[in-house]
Design a binder for this molecule. Structure first.
Ligand SMILES: N[C@@H](CCC(=O)N[C@@H](CS)C(=O)NCC(=O)O)C(=O)O
Length: 254
């Protein structure tokens, strides 16, 4: 039996980590039985979640999880796609994971108000006297990672322009198709779905969320994916722009 280790549902999302949601969606797509459990970063083979235990075989990283499932269970999640389409899907997947992801981390962890709305709750079990120190230490680590990756060296406006470009690219490639590569879901949908619902998460107030909300096709896509794979989460598609009640910031206007 497969056990997928993640952070557990939070912020109205199946998991606060888009990588965990991606891995779980891949398992759902493959139709392989699994259970979920709370992971411990200290026990995680690569110090990150998700990782998975498949009858004693421990696999860390959402992409290696995908390849393991495909190989062991004889599933081809990209069936029907040409080599060129597979290459495009891979490039979009890595754009979401290596670029958009860091803009989302910045929005949740660096902005104080969003930190209070979300990540602060991860520290609720730390004894009160030590909590401020632990929070400061972990946030310092996140800031260092953002600096090393490079995105946090930009001004807020530049960072937003870069993040928005990735969201626009996802919306433009999706266009009017039901799924990211065509009429049926393929592996890249697990990633695009996970990262777009993270961007749309109503718990956080971010210009990236506003940018995503203005792409009606992205919201409808998340709704379709949620209906198929997460029927227990009917609100993942977020608020409609009108409901959000906020005009598009100047920097987001074409
Ligand atoms: N490449 C990894 C990325 C996983 C990842 O970055 N997980 C984050 C949560 S979103 C994590 O566990 N971070 C903990 C840390 O860096 O200490 C994958 O695809 O699974």
């Amino acid at each position: 039996m497969i056990t997928l280790y993640g952070f557990g549902p939070a912020f109205g999302l199946p998991d606060p980590s888009p990588f965990v949601t991606k891995a779980e969606t891949l398992l759902k797509m493959a139709g392989v039985p699994y259970r979920t459990a709370l992971g411990n970063l200290r026990k995680a083979p690569k110090g990150k979640l998700p990782y998975m235990d498949d009858d004693g075989a421990v696999i860390a990283d959402s992409t290696f999880i995908r390849w393991h499932i495909e190989k062991k269970y004889g599933v081809e999640l990209d069936r029907g796609l040409s080599d060129e389409q597979r290459a495009v899907a891979w490039a979009f997947e890595k754009m979401a994971e290596e670029h958009l992801y860091w803009a989302l981390v910045h929005a949740r962890w660096v902005d104080d108000a969003n930190f209070d709305r979300g990540p602060r709750q991860f520290f609720a079990s730390v004894p009160a006297p030590a909590r401020p120190l632990v929070i400061a230490m972990v946030r310092r680590g996140v800031r260092r990672a953002l600096h090393a990756q490079g995105l946090s060296r930009h001004t807020p406006d530049e960072l937003l322009r870069l993040g928005r470009r990735s969201i626009d690219a996802l919306a433009d490639h999706l266009g009017g198709k039901p799924f990211f590569m065509g009429p049926l879901p393929t592996a890249v949908d697990a990633t695009v779905f996970a990262f777009v619902c993270s961007a749309l998460c109503p718990q956080f107030v971010t210009p990236l969320r506003t940018a995503a909300e203005h792409h009606d096709n992205l919201r409808r896509y998340v709704g379709r994916m949620a209906a198929r794979y997460y029927p227990g989460y009917p609100d993942l598609a977020g608020a409609k722009p009108a409901e959000a009640g906020r005009p598009l910031p100047e920097t987001l206007r074409a």
